[in-house]
Write a protein that binds this ligand. Structure first.
Ligand code: PLP
Length: 247
């Protein structure tokens, strides 16, 4: 652990927010990482290109700017890796599409953000996934709803507009016993008030159009972000997530 990490480990949240995801000494002392606008990246020679043997290979695969945001989210969430996608709804849809196939069953909390429900009732249904909505207060009782083909349990607490608080630890424990992935839309609480990974959640999802775009110093600070790399974030701590994972 370096000095900065040692110092931040015991720092308060406001201090951590000011320091995570940036390394001024890498950028001549400028406090925030510069915004890298790029698609094409040059390689020093053909062999390096063939082997993809350098950190950045194409703009949409990541830049120092998107890495800085991912690093900050990981520090807040305690996640192993973060994937940025263009909107909050995309951040919900990507893990659903990654883990669900035709013939699978998914349990979705009934107090879910409405466009997530719409995605389930239209796209997932058309793809052959069976969706069942469960009572947000179900807790460990979710066990009675799990079938042999249940692959994913989606949570959201507080729930959109009705604000039920779910027993995430109890739900995660039962879901894992049955081999299900647990996802959580953590947009409302933010990792400042709830850390899903500490309660057994595999993938924490955010609409970065909300708290991060209003509060993070990397962003425009006015809640106006809608697209681009600041769209949305999915942090993850589950071994089979195809990107960066081992926690
Ligand atoms: C709980 C929750 N999840 C997801 C989203 C979707 O975010 P976006 O508008 O970026 O698609 C929202 C947006 O209001 C939300 O409130």
């Amino acid at each position: 652990m370096n000095d900065k990490n040692d110092f931040l480990a015991s720092a308060g949240v406001n201090t951590r927010l000011s320091h995570i995801g940036n390394s001024p000494s890498d950028f001549h002392g400028f406090v925030n990482p510069p915004v890298v606008h790029a698609s094409t990246v040059l390689f020093p020679n053909a062999k390096t290109m063939e082997n993809r043997a350098q950190k950045y290979t194409y703009g949409t695969r990541g830049t120092p700017t998107t890495d800085a945001l991912c690093e900050a989210i990981d520090a807040l969430e305690g996640s192993a890796g973060t994937v940025l996608v263009p909107s909050g709804l995309a951040a919900v849809a990507v893990p659903f599409l990654a883990f669900l196939s035709a013939g699978d069953h998914a349990l979705i909390v009934d107090s879910v953000y409405f466009p997530t429900r719409h995605f389930c009732d239209t796209m997932l249904k058309r793809l052959g996934v069976t969706i069942e909505y469960y009572d947000p207060m179900v807790g460990a009782g979710i066990e009675s709803l799990i079938k042999s083909n249940t692959k994913l349990v989606h949570t959201e607490a507080p729930g959109s507009n009705t604000f039920e608080m779910q027993d995430i630890s109890a739900i995660s424990a039962v879901a894992h016993r049955h081999g299900c992935v647990v996802t959580m839309d953590n947009t409302w609480a933010t990792p400042l008030y709830f850390k899903p990974m500490d309660h057994g959640v595999d993938i924490s999802i955010h609409a970065a159009t909300k708290y991060p775009s209003r509060s993070f110093r990397y962003s425009n600070g006015h809640g106006l972000c809608q697209c681009g790399p600041l769209g949305t974030i999915a942090g993850c701590a589950w071994g089979s997530w195809p990107l960066r994972c081992a926690r």
